[in-house]
Design a binder for this molecule. Sequence first.
Ligand code: NOJ
Length: 831
Amino acid sequence: MDGSGDWADAHRRAQDFVRQLTLAEKVNLTTGVGWQGERCVGQTGAIPRLGMRSLCMQDSPVGVRFGDFASVFPAGGTIAASWDRELIYRRANDMGSEHRDKGVDVQLGPVVGPIGRSPAGGRNWEGFSPDPYLSGVAVAESVKGIQDAGVMACTKHFIGNEQEHFRQVGEANGYGYNITNTLSSNIDDRTMHELYLWPFADAVRAGTASIMCAYTNTNNSQSCQNSYLLNHLLKGELGFQGFVMSDWQAQHSGVAGALAGLEMAMPGDTLFNTGVAYYGTNLTIAVLNETVPEWRIDDMATRIMAGWFYVGRDQHERPINFDSWTTDTYGNANFYAKEGYGLINEHVDVRGNHGADIREMAAKSTVLLKNVRNTLPLPAKEKFTGVFGEDAGPNGWGPNGCPDRGCDNGTLGMAWGSGSANFPYLVTPLTAIENEVSKVGGIVQGVIDNWATDQITSLASQASLALVFVNSDSGEGYINVDGNEGDRQNLTLWQNGETLVKNVSALCNNTVVVIHSTGPVLLDSFYDNDNITAIVWAGVPGQESGNSIADILYGRVNPGGKLPFTLGRTRRDYGSDLLYKPNNGKDAPQDNFEDGVYIDYRGFDKRNVTPIYEFGYGLSYTTFEYSNIRIVNRNAKPYAPNTGNTAAAPVLGQSGQVGDYVWDNSSNRVYNYIYPWLNTTDLAASSGDPYYGANVSLPANAQDGSPQPVQAAGGAPGGNPLLYETLYTVYATIKNTGSVGGDEVAQLYVCLGGPDDPLRVLRGFDRLSIEPGQSTTVGFDLTYRDLANWDVVKQDWTISSYAKTVYVGASSRNLPLTVPVPQQKAARSEL
Ligand code: NOJ
């Protein structure tokens, strides 16, 4: 860590702090106290001597997981559909403030891995979009939003964490697969840079204080002990200044992990509740016996403290005032050990006015897919409104009736897994529509049993308007819902949705379909049915679901969202798919990312497959016209590779003698808790490691702290700063040609021109609010990175000599404006 970018002050303060620490105190910073050892989903050891409390890591990317009196925000993949930087920032800032006020140090989000390679991926909804540019903008705004609230962000999961199946051995054994190693995501260098690493670069550039390494292997090396991923790509090339934290039980070694770049072990024990750790005592031992050099333990501690100072935790830290494992007010702070009885839940209401924000966010993220005969917005008074679908109503067990939202009962306000949070309330679509209709004295009735065919038929034949709510759910691999082990088994609608749509639309010629889903679903059987007059995608909207959709349906909000993924005709059309069966005997299932950079719309374009609704598509209650494109050369500094050497890794303190670290029996030892202490001065006996002292060889230079050559593409957080120089600005004019004000997301795509390049890639967007009859001129900055490819030989970004074209328009397939990119001088000399 060198304090580059805007990390100098945090770096200096962190070093000053670490200089005061004993080895045990440094180890405490790096090691969790064990699963359910304290009140947050993960906590480190404390440094009481210096008044430093245990750090609290808490899910999730949509709110404070397990928190009461906290909010549930729209999911990542939903807010991405707003394409609205300010809104994405505000969502994160609101969430960050809720975490801060609950006493959380690290919010375990945002997510850009999965990016969403395959549409059925269980956790895609936690991330933003399969497009790396949109994902990159969204993650950067999210990191800034969370950290401006004074909480550290944890961008996750690094990297190639694209499916739930086989991510953990125990989990896969649990659903019947006898494997002994986790899935390997096999990714080539160019794809790594141009797709999967891209949004992580944006997160690092935005200052993410931490990164969570994934459960999976990458190219057959565990992600949390993969020196190439952590030391080379993340810290060397991307200039990451913060700390790497393991996913929960994703750490598979001590020394190998420490040397490969893992700073923090979570939740600290080898497996949940074993009471033993790869770090903790064993890290103390590894430093004392010099397998982990002093400079490295100092670097680990410095990075963690630098993240802490970088976001101003010294100003913003509050006592932890909630408990993840019980809603009881009094109980055991050490839940697993059943010790530490006292006040554990203070039930602090941290929601502020976020309900109103959430309503606005979900409405602005809603995508209007079809709207014929001006069906939407609905008239103030409709004769007879029928509401159909389990997805319009409540979960009979209450909004939090299924642990971690692990069921699909009622409306899909939130999907399942550690990426969820507890609802304070969930406004259902049926309630909101009933309120709407009753206000004006209309008629509204709902059938929310999707198998009640007679009742559905009866209501559909009376209704002048049918609002049909359908959904498709997914989540994290430790929960199986209806045979879906996190990942979806298929892309069809759940809850008998397709039959419901068919039955209602057969009887009502004004049927509006609203879809709540964690990703793409199949619409082919009904989207062009004449009786279906409108289709709306409302994603995974959070607690204000009903109010947000009513704002759209009744026209208080003019829809301006655009699809952050492609809606294809069949599952096969997506090309990329998941691995559902092990393909390597008992060893790591091999997931070869042979689709390269061609996921989602890039794959559809390459294979010339026409989707139903393309990436970037979305309608409005008004219309827009594009004109007047021009490109202006900004005479940027030419790109030059980063050169030179790093400084030597500093040693900030000496660890002292073995005897200094033997447990002194001075205080109570919590059962199964992970400590940094030794039991005896005999290191082998203290380690509990049956292989202690075995002749294990480390890779050459693994312990070397001497100056190292820097990487050409490195130099600062996010990579070489010259990558972010603006080469051109592209201007275009967008006019609102309709009769109501509305928002348009103007999009810029680039054809990089090479034979191996996608037809077009997104490289700019702006959400614009335009009054009827008015025009706005939008400017998109194109950076060096935006026009470059990763050169696997040079190991650097380079702009190829192929002719490049810019496109501007309303979606990835509706691009009325084009302009050539002037040839680059550097590129010409290569010809
Ligand atoms: C496992 C999940 O993969 C990760 O996203 C989460 O933060 C941890 N569990 C902690 O709950």
